[in-house]
Design a binder for this molecule. Sequence first.
Ligand code: TYC
Length: 110
Amino acid sequence: MNKPTDSDHLPRAGGLPDTETAPPKVDRPSLYRVVLINDDYTPMEFVVQMLQKLFGYGREKATRIMLEVHMKGRGVCGIFSFEIAETRAAQVLEYARRYEHPLACVVERA
Ligand code: TYC
């Protein structure tokens, strides 16, 4: 409960209580992008299957993301809280290295 103030007897904006008009005081968690980087060697099909397996995307969405990376040099494959983004990026690198592909990805503040 807030401390009583001198203006407590006056009508509030729109007649709404303070809890409805004041901005929320909790910080929203920061978000981070997992960004895939293009290279000339990793097979397209491997990238599509990786996106399906590690990010749970259907084949269409996975293909769209892979093609965006292939054509533009980079592409966002997901936006998450910091811990999830770091974990997913590490999983991408681990999966790629296991199959000896040079696939790269980075985490950026969204
Ligand atoms: N450019 C690769 C090729 O032509 C395909 C590719 C797409 C590689 C996305 C990496 O993150 C990547 N085989």
